[in-house]
Design a protein around this ligand. Structure first.
Ligand SMILES: [Fe+2]
Length: 162
């Protein structure tokens, strides 16, 4: 039993999902940095700023996830090579157009959202309300960000007025 009253074996499933989330967030973070730098065209100012806002948010989440693993008395993945090996999110090329970049960010969000739901399921099975509370907040916030990006994309898909 650790000071939270949880056994190492019980938390290990949650922690492996949290470490996967940590790895996914690192690759997602770097994809956003790349898009922030490489975006061009008429939507430059909107997306340059939006990608920065998203990677600032991701950076804060990364720290929270790693420190939750430590709170559960296990070790967070800490090496870039481990993140690349573990991540379900692929590294993105920086040379996509603005519309493709938003599509890729939304695909990355889908992977993060599914991963977060799996964290919650694992934590729920052992009554780990602290992890559920933290990740539920991340989940609803990422779902809202996805809605907004999807709304941006929908406008782009409208047929041009003649
Ligand atoms: Fe910048």
């Amino acid at each position: 039993m650790n000071y939270l009253g949880m056994k190492r074996n019980d938390v290990s499933k949650t922690v492996s999902q949290l470490n996967l989330l940590l790895a996914n967030y690192h690759v997602y973070y770097q994809n956003l940095r790349s898009f922030h730098w490489n975006v061009s065209g008429e939507n430059f100012f909107d997306l340059h700023n939006k990608f920065e806002e998203l990677y600032d948010d991701a950076r804060a989440k990364i720290d929270e996830i790693a420190e939750r693993v430590l709170t559960l008395r296990l070790r967070p993945l800490s090496k870039m090579s481990d993140y690349l090996k573990t991540s379900a999110i692929d590294e993105a090329e920086g040379f996509a157009n603005d519309y493709e970049m938003v599509n890729i960010v939304l695909e990355n969000h889908q992977i993060l959202i599914e991963n977060m739901r799996n964290v919650i399921h694992a934590a729920d099975a052992i009554g780990d309300e602290g992890t559920i509370d933290m990740i539920s907040g991340f989940l609803s916030s990422l779902e809202k960000k996805s809605w907004m990006l999807d709304a941006w994309r929908a406008r782009q898909e409208e047929p041009a007025m003649v």
